[in-house]
Design a protein around this ligand. Structure first.
Ligand code: ADP
Ligand code: ZN
Length: 679
């Protein structure tokens, strides 16, 4: 049996396992029944793909999404693994090829949509081909409570029993209810080995902002990330269209996506998002499970998600390749009202609604958190964590104030008006604003009238929003959203507890959006050249760019600048097969020895006298890549550095140090000065 860790590097090109993967791979390879709960992007697929290569027989993979299956099959084939899918999206030739590979005993992984299990022939087929393992992706689809319920998933349990083989189930959904349902339905109640894995996604930056010109907030966030692939989630279909238009008007390439669109149009957007670099999709939550793009660099919520689980799942689509990714979630009092009424108006039984309020509360607690967001988020999922240094509250601690007194004033205004009014009217009372409505009800005579003049209207809105966020008050749907006090507020009203509130930061003076980059300025030109190369390969192979290499792999190439095929092989994500196919091509980009189209920096110089100098510098640099004696550590200069050197009017060692830094100037300086002198 081939060693798993050896295949990890030779086939998949990864130097090591991600946290948790190894134990799961071992258990699955040994043939234990396994339920693994891992966050999106945690690397679940490897946990059945690798055992599939270590075990005898075919591994059947049940997955709910055709696009996702096709992607994985393509990825495996690129890595030199025989895999195929039987889905309704297949062409006849594709299906024939799968059967042929099965008959010849070549196929290692067979992907299948759950609908297939309903057809009588499937069980016979699976008996015939010698299945050794069943892997179930997105196992929470078996849960009738979930939004992703797939009735055909209920057949998987029978299939397992009929074939008598081990089953490994994977999901990113954590809650205990769903877990119990999976055990009951897939494993017939016999507890499998459960792996519950670290929910932290340390590369994702977390941030929330209260709404304050939400369209502008989203446009600013996107502007700072121009050219990077991102998703904007909206609460309504209409908003996806207007916001996509606003982003396009602002110079981005954006598409909208929602469940009301024709299936064909949705597929077009999905396809473009997967294949193009830098597209923004503005979507409702309908844009979800099928999104398997590992290099989504940011996710923004234009409206508050419905629960902490939904939030976690949606932001989790960013940065699955492990490279830095960013998120921004906007929220306001209207969002809170909307989400509460959605739960109250649902047809679910009362316990379920209470649980849903709890999940929303957890999200609101996160939105109004006073300290590290990640600590707050992970503690909800049962993980503990120190302050993370990668969230907005770690970047800039919240300013807090003792909100006990204003909260008590607000509660008093609510109670004295018998819990019949919304925030607008209550704020009029607190700030002593004699509106017609106030006068008509005689509320100017209340003892609370005008007691809150120390805070202006905006500040009161923030206080009410935070009170809702702390679940001290809730809108009552049977009273048209009038605010009512909850039990949680009693201790504050009775002077038994105090409460800290956030001072809503009036937006700090802006110095224009700061552009975020994935690599240092020096490596950026090389990274774009590598991306261009990737696009060329992707286009000729007709696969999404990340199937060739993920962003993370290209970033590592740009930073480490391998100068030989051996060094290229040590880059994470470069397995043997990909090294053979693409290694030379990317190496040529890095060392600059390419015969193909010139680097953009070089192209800019074409026809100018600096061009010849640039080319000469490139040659000299290649000669010195390993130092004078050819044994030094590999080193090279980016195209933009060479262009700067080529443009020097009067060069001396000092000016080279300024451009290249000490290390590069030491190696290349004297030779470059010669080139410049000759010019
Ligand atoms: P999910 O858990 O969401 O199904 P995937 O299996 O698609 O996640 O993995 C997410 C990304 O992580 C992919 O780009 C995959 O290539 C990468 N990955 C998985 N395992 C490793 C590893 N051990 N080292 C480096 N990258 C990995
Ligand atoms: Zn933090």
């Amino acid at each position: 049996m081939p060693q798993a860790s050896q295949l990890l590097s030779s086939v998949f090109g990864f130097p090591s396992f991600r946290p948790g993967q190894q134990e799961i791979v071992e258990a699955v390879t040994e043939g234990q029944n396994v339920l693994a709960i891992m966050p999106t992007g945690g690397g679940k697929s490897l946990c059945f793909q690798l055992p599939a290569l270590c075990r005898d027989g075919v591994t059947v993979v049940i997955s709910p999404l055709i696009a996702l299956m096709r992607d994985q099959v393509r990825g495996l084939r690129e890595a030199g693994v025989e895999a195929g899918a039987l889905t309704s999206g297949n062409t006849e030739e594709e299906t024939d090829a799968v059967f042929q590979a099965l008959d010849q005993g070549r196929l290692r992984l067979l992907y299948m949509a759950p609908e297939r299990l309903a057809s009588g022939g499937t069980l016979n087929l699976l008996r015939r081909i010698g299945v050794g393992l069943i892997a179930v992706d997105e196992a929470h689809c078996v849960s009738q409570w979930g939004h992703d319920f797939r009735p055909d998933y209920l057949r998987i349990g029978e299939l397992r029993q009929a074939l008598g083989v081990p089953l490994a189930a994977f999901t990113a959904t954590a809650d205990a209810e769903t877990r119990d349902e999976i055990v009951a339905r897939l494993f017939d109640g016999q507890p499998p080995r459960v792996f519950l894995h670290g929910f932290d996604r340390p590369n994702i930056h977390l941030a929330f902002q209260s709404k304050d010109g939400p369209r502008r907030q989203i446009l600013e966030f996107a502007a700072a990330r121009k050219g990077q692939s991102g998703i904007v989630y909206c609460g309504t279909r209409a908003k996806t269209e207007t916001l996509a238009a606003a982003l396009n008007a602002d110079g981005h390439t954006a598409c909208h996506y929602h469940g009301g669109m024709e299936a064909e149009d949705r597929r077009i957007v999905e396809g473009r998002f997967n294949n193009d670099d830098g597209l923004i999709v503005v979507a409702t939550v309908a844009f979800g499970m099928g999104v398997d793009k590992p290099d989504i660099r940011w996710v923004a919520h234009a409206d508050l998600p419905k629960s902490i689980e939904a939030y976690y799942q949606e932001i989790g689509r960013a940065g699955r390749d492990g490279a830095p990714a960013e998120t921004l979630t906007l929220f306001g009092a209207d969002d809170i009202r909307y989400r509460r009424s959605q739960i109250d108006e649902s047809l679910a039984p009362p316990e379920r609604r209470a649980a849903d309020h709890g999940r929303l509360n957890a999200l609101l607690g996160l939105a109004e958190a006073l300290r590290c967001r990640r600590t707050t988020l992970l503690s909800y999922f049962g993980d503990s964590a120190e302050a993370c240094g990668n969230c907005d509250l770690c970047d800039r601690p919240a300013e807090v104030f003792d909100g006990t007194q204003p909260v008590r004033m607000a509660l008093s205004a609510i109670l004295r008006t018998e819990e019949y009014f919304g925030a607008g009217h209550l704020i009029d009372i607190l700030t002593g604003n004699e509106t017609d409505k106030v006068v008509a009800r005689g509320h100017q005579a209340l003892p609370t009238f005008g007691v809150g003049r120390d805070y202006d209207r905006r500040q009161w809105q923030a206080i009410f929003r935070q009170m809702m966020g702390h679940d001290l008050i809730r809108p009552d749907p049977s009273r048209h959203g009038a605010l009512r006090m909850t039990h949680a507020a009693r201790p504050i009203l009775r002077d038994e507890a105090t409460i800290e509130l956030r001072r809503d930061t009036i937006r700090a003076a802006k110095s224009g959006p700061k552009v975020k980059t994935l690599v240092s300025e020096e490596d950026a030109p090389l990274l774009s050249a590598l991306k261009a190369k990737r696009r060329a390969f992707a286009e000729s192979a007709r696969v999404p760019a990340y199937v060739i290499f993920t962003d993370r792999t290209l970033i590592e190439m740009a930073e480490r600048r391998p100068s030989s095929m051996d060094e290229m092989a040590t880059i994470s994500g470069v397995g043997a097969k990909k090294l053979e196919r693409y290694g030379e091509g990317f190496l040529a980009v890095i060392t600059g020895e390419q015969s193909g189209p010139a680097h953009p920096q070089r192209r800019k110089l074409s026809g100018r006298s600096e061009a010849a100098v640039y080319d000469r510098l490139l040659e000299v640099q290649a000669e010195l890549a390993h130092g004078d004696d050819g044994t030094g550590k590999p080193m090279s200069c980016s195209a933009s550095l060479l262009a700067k050197v080529a443009a020097l009017q009067r060069a001396d060692h000092g000016s080279l140090v300024r451009i290249l830094g000490d290390r590069r100037a030491e190696r290349f300086g004297p030779a470059f000065l010669n080139v410049l002198k000759e010019a």
